[in-house]
Design a protein around this ligand. Sequence first.
Ligand code: NDP
Length: 330
Amino acid sequence: MNYLANDKRYEKMTYRRCGESGIRLPALSLGLWHNFGSVDLFENGRNILHHAFDNGITHFDLANNYGPVPGSAEENFGRILATDFKPYRDEMIISSKAGYLMWPGPYGEWGSRKYLLASLDQSLKRMGLDYVDIFYSHRPDPDTPLEETMGALAHAVKQGKALYAGISNYPADMTKKAETILRDMGVPLLIHQPRYNMLDRWVEDDGLLDVLGKRGVGSIAFSPLAQGLLTNKYLKEIPANSRMANPHGFLQKDALTPEVQSKLNKLNSLAEARGQSLAQMSIAWLLKDTRVTSVLIGASSVNQLSNNLDALNNTAFTDEELNDIEKILK
Ligand code: NDP
């Protein structure tokens, strides 16, 4: 199949500046954590990627361990890059990460220079790339000096194997330190990737968003739909074709307590009153904060992606709607 990108792909998407950098990211970005591994249907993943790029999604987020099996999402993405997306490489922001377990022994996870730089080389090989646009430390390492981990990110940038440095899952206090260390090394921290959605607001409570806003660092919210909870999927039961029912899925059944389910139903009614799906309202709710550069969704089908893209048709909230949401979430 010869893929030709839609020539209207830049007409509808909005692009938001990532902190104080020169990069603008699409309001919606696509993550390849689930649905793109060797256990998944390759053609489905390929169709989702085509639909994303055809609709202005220029940012694709990966990590060394995405699959399953670990590494296979990067391999599959590499296959699609080599064929369909080859002419469009310079229109894309491709990210990868290292931090979680990737290979056995003491150098296969966490935040050492040894692990990060070896892992980046492996990721580049799997994707067939000379460089990634963003390379992340995937999680803070309590036992490695922050200078070492940030030094590895800065080295990757100076080598040209990554264009920008990012961190993920770092709390506010460590983020401040990491940002300072990187700045002193001449490599500004581009972006932070935290989990953020209506059901998990630690980035507000911890002060992370304030730190990012003050320091001019962008952010990209992962699991914005709480892995699918914040959609109309789990309002009554656990459907068979859902992440919660999938043996490879990370969403556990105990996440769907009666209390959560009751909140989801109330939020769903509110979304309907706005003329939106719950997924669309959940995305719009994140985009109301300008410190959130991009919302990093996952999708298991083209239909889901298409539904989520339509969130951009209505991102405004009245004060009353926002208050109602707060009351439900309390
Ligand atoms: P979401 O919260 O967006 O969940 C995506 C899942 O929700 C889909 O796979 C699908 O699951 C379901 N879904 C999506 N849209 C709809 C819809 N319109 N209607 C019904 N169901 C829908 O994000 P993810 O948890 O997938 O995370 C997104 C990305 O964030 C990842 O791919 C990864 O790049 C990044 N990430 C980063 C982490 C980190 O530590 N830095 C950790 C986790 C994620 P299904 O149909 O299978 O039920």
